[in-house]
Design a binder for this molecule. Structure first.
Ligand code: ZN
Length: 319
């Protein structure tokens, strides 16, 4: 088969990260249609839900149904966020392909978010990996280091703490460890430096860059991460979402703008930007009144703009 391998993997987090920070609860049927439209746009990895108690996040009460629907799409990696063993067990039973565990580098944020210290979360990662090995060995486990670039509660987060934690998570059995700018405090120089340090510690187990646009540096930070070898980026359609436990933080990187940046540079994301913009309609319908962000959808594509040739890879294999 002669299919092109995209240079960049965009991991869409809107159905999880986005929905858990809006007040309204989206209907299951609307979520499914939204996911269908994301798949139709060419997204191949989607974080579709989190497995948390329904009383904590009523928006995620239909997680099993949403996963079941997402699994009907072949070739799409269906991801779920799990904060603990119980969540992981439910997610594995539901049949997800990949688990992502939020592990905060800031003790204050970790306690607020999951009521555990970072060290205790490493043990949770170990337990989830054991569960994965027993229940579904092919499922990938990612530890996302949150507040990696700063914390609204603690302030500065030491880079050594982040590198230490990423290394501990890999030693505990996680397949990859990425870095999240949960509170939108990162700058490009810091992103380059920290990803370099993490790569020096865990090599090709370095995972995704999850950047926020809280202070307008989301795309600049993604580009900085790209420059030092990151090839997987989390983002959210229309910039929906943020972290409910980080006061003042809002705004994931907008998938539409991120795809536009990379494709304009001649890098293949595998995503069709027109279809991506069309997918916003399902958000408008499913979450009436919710603000939708994005510069490219507002301005439109430039006259004469074309996506890079799908058969031709500009850069080498993904790092
Ligand atoms: Zn986020």
């Amino acid at each position: 088969m002669n299919i092109s391998v995209p240079d960049i993997l965009i991991s869409e987090v809107g159905p999880r990260d986005g929905l858990q920070s809006v007040k309204a609860t989206m209907r299951t049927a609307d979520k499914c249609q939204w996911i269908d439209s994301l798949v139709a746009a060419g997204l191949r990895e989607i974080e579709v839900c989190s497995f948390v108690p329904a009383k904590t996040l009523p928006q995620m009460a239909d997680a099993v149904e949403v996963v079941r629907h997402a699994l009907t799409h072949r070739g799409v990696t269906v991801m779920a966020l799990v904060p603990n063993r119980r969540g992981a067990e439910s997610a594995l039973k539901a049949g997800v392909h990949k688990l992502t565990i939020p592990v905060s580098a800031s003790t204050a944020h970790s306690l607020a978010n999951v009521r555990k210290t970072p060290e205790e979360m490493v043990e949770e990662v170990r337990a989830i990996v054991a569960l994965r090995d027993a229940m579904a060995p092919s499922v990938k486990v990612e530890a996302g280091i949150s507040t990696a670039f700063g914390c609204t509660l603690q302030g500065v987060v030491a880079e050594e703490d982040v590198v230490w934690l990423a290394k501990k998570c890999i030693m505990a059995g996680a397949d990859e460890s990425g870095l999240s700018d949960t509170t939108g405090m990162a700058n490009p120089a810091q992103v380059r430096r920290l990803f370099d340090k993490v790569r020096a510690a865990i090599g090709d187990k370095t995972g995704a860059a999850h950047m926020h646009n809280t202070r307008g540096l989301g795309l600049a930070n993604c580009l900085a991460a790209y420059d030092v070898g990151v090839r997987t980026f989390d983002s959210s359609l229309a910039g929906l979402g943020g972290c409910p436990y980080a006061p003042g933080a809002s705004g994931n990187v907008v998938t539409e703008d991120l795809v536009f940046m990379f494709e304009s540079m001649g890098l293949n994301t595998g995503v069709n930007i027109e279809r991506l913009i069309a997918a916003r309609e399902f958000l408008r319908v499913g979450l009436p009144g919710e603000p939708l962000y994005g510069m490219v959808p507002e301005a439109g594509l430039p006259k004469g703009w074309t996506a890079p040739k799908r058969q031709h890879s500009v850069v080498g294999s993904a790092a």
